[in-house]
Design a protein around this ligand. Structure first.
Ligand code: ADP
Length: 495
């Protein structure tokens, strides 16, 4: 059966959704941009425009922040019981689950990822996130502090207020869930700006926010470009906190923009994660694990295992194993049933990734497999394994954000750790070995927010995620995220 023959039908509702220009969601209403402008959304498998969306700018951000402020201070949200708030969040998770296929199809069309992946990863993980966070709504507590019999002192954990959330295009729905879940659990209100490349699933999510019964103004979704809508949100004086996921470069702009009113900032930024393979690892799992560490989501993961360090005696074996895995990957439109890897998200990303490949070649690296753009329409790049790399090369230092892994042999463990840590990033790392003591010793030494042992890309809403160094500020998910969305108030009474 050919890939096209087995391609699923586009869901009626998805067809309808992308067939009409989408508005923005402010104060529980669907509204046009104040300017009346819309912007195009491209299908990365063809490079063609597939939808149009209202283009938010400063004035729309102002309207949305006003609605979020009002909802934070009056109306049903601030007086709702924690239990009722939790139920609404749970209900939102249920509704996403009921619309799983529509979300998966939108993600695949918009981002380019295989539909099969969106069905088993992006959408179910978003559902889990809301269900997990629903439980936290009733468990946010303060302490009593018995420092003197003359005083009653206690702390309250209060919602931080109006939160601006700016998200990327690599997991559009899931990143919206990571941001909205804790904000809602803690009682904040939100203005969410999805990435301009992939605004569609956040807009469908907003429909479900209304359907779940979350009060008007609690969640506002304003699509638009980063330099306009995003910058207006990050710099807004009536926003109490900005939460951002994206490039380290833009993360620094967010910090500057936030300085005007010193709003709180949390950042989940880039990575150049070391994936370390010892010669005693179980190669039956390690090789496919190392391949999926970089090729999952086309390498468009901030935690992608993009630096593959292999103990010298096994270097050739592991590299040829990963190369075989790369050769098996069927690259094609995300909507084709047989596709393992779709196109990159945009022409800009395609140019960026091919630019890095050229830079690698000019510095002396070689591609054992891949190394090129696929000919024809769409933004397809071949899965690539680079060798003859060294730590000074640009491809070893900078985040490529594509399906390109740089392999390096190592023999001395201390040198390896120094090299693995020699990065401005510190988001994730992995160690593959059968020696459990060695694995934990190395996990301790790696300067990264997540260390996987004999696995990679394992996520759960209960596990905190975030970066050391220039990979970010704060941790998302787990109970750690609650700190990012609450202020602690100490109350002290003379008694
Ligand atoms: P990438 O480089 O991977 O496209 P970005 O960091 O540019 O990622 O984008 C992530 C998010 O940040 C997107 O929603 C984008 O619109 C937004 N963004 C980009 N530039 C700015 C900016 N100057 N201020 C605020 N948000 C921005």
């Amino acid at each position: 059966m050919s890939a096209t023959a087995s391609a699923p039908q586009i869901h009626n509702r998805v067809q309808q959704f992308i067939g009409t220009p989408r508005k923005m969601f402010i104060n529980g209403k669907w509204v046009e941009a104040a300017s009346g402008k819309t912007f195009p959304v491209y299908n990365p498998a063809t490079g063609e425009v597939m939808a149009r969306v209202a283009e938010g700018d400063r004035e729309d951000i102002n309207r949305a922040v006003k609605a979020a402020r009002k909802a934070f201070e009056s109306g049903p949200w601030p007086v709702m019981t924690a239990s009722d708030r939790g139920r609404l969040i749970w209900q939102l998770g249920d509704l996403i689950e009921q619309h799983l296929e529509e979300f998966a199809q939108l993600e695949s069309l918009d981002n380019g990822k295989p539909l099969s992946v969106a069905r088993v990863a992006d959408v179910p993980l978003a559902v889990d996130l809301f269900h997990y966070m629903a439980g936290w709504a009733t468990k946010i507590e303060g302490n009593t502090i018995p420092f003197s019999p003359k005083y009653l002192a206690y702390t309250r954990r209060e919602p931080i207020g109006v939160v601006g959330q700016i998200i990327p295009w690599n997991f559009p729905l899931l990143m919206a869930a990571w941001k909205l879940g804790p904000a809602l659990a803690t009682g904040c209100t939100v203005v969410l700006k999805p990435a301009e490349q992939t605004p569609l699933s956040a807009l469908l999510l907003a429909e479900l926010v209304a359907e779940a019964g979350i009060p008007d103004g609690v969640v506002n979704v304003v699509p638009g470009y980063g330099e306009t809508a995003g910058a207006a949100l990050a710099s807004h004086n009536d926003v109490d906190k900005v939460a951002f996921t994206g490039s380290t470069e833009v993360g620094k702009l967010i910090v500057q923009a936030a300085a005007g009113n010193l709003k709180k900032v949390s950042l989940e930024l880039g990575g150049k994660s070391p994936n370390i393979v010892f010669d005693d690892a179980d190669m039956s799992k390690t090789i496919s694990g190392a391949a999926s560490a970089i090729f999952f989501n086309h390498g468009q993961c901030c935690c992608a295992g993009s630096r593959l360090y292999v103990e010298k005696s096994m270097f050739d074996n592991v590299v040829s194993g990963v190369v075989d895995e790369a050769k098996k990957i069927k690259v094609g439109p995300g909507f084709d049933a047989e596709t393992d890897m779709g196109p990159l998200v945009s022409k800009e990303q395609l140019d960026r990734v091919t630019g890095y490949l050229q830079s690698g070649f000019s510095e002396g690296a070689e591609a054992v497999v891949g190394g090129r753009k696929k000919s024809g329409a769409g933004y397809f790049v071949e899965p690539t394994v680079m060798v003859k790399t060294n730590p000074n090369m640009k491809i070893m230092r900078e985040e490529i954000f594509g399906p390109v892994v740089c392999a390096m042999p190592f023999s001395d463990v201390d040198k390896l750790i120094a090299e693995a840590n020699q990065s401005e990033y510190g988001l994730a790392a992995a160690v593959w070995t059968r020696d459990i003591s060695k694995a934990h010793r190395i996990a301790e030494k790696l300067r990264a927010g997540t260390v996987w042992i004999n696995c990679y890309n394992v996520f759960d809403p209960a596990m905190p995620f975030g970066g050391y160094k220039q990979s970010g500020w704060g941790r998302e998910m787990g109970h750690d995220v609650l700190e990012l969305y609450t202020e602690v108030k100490a109350v002290c009474a003379a008694i």
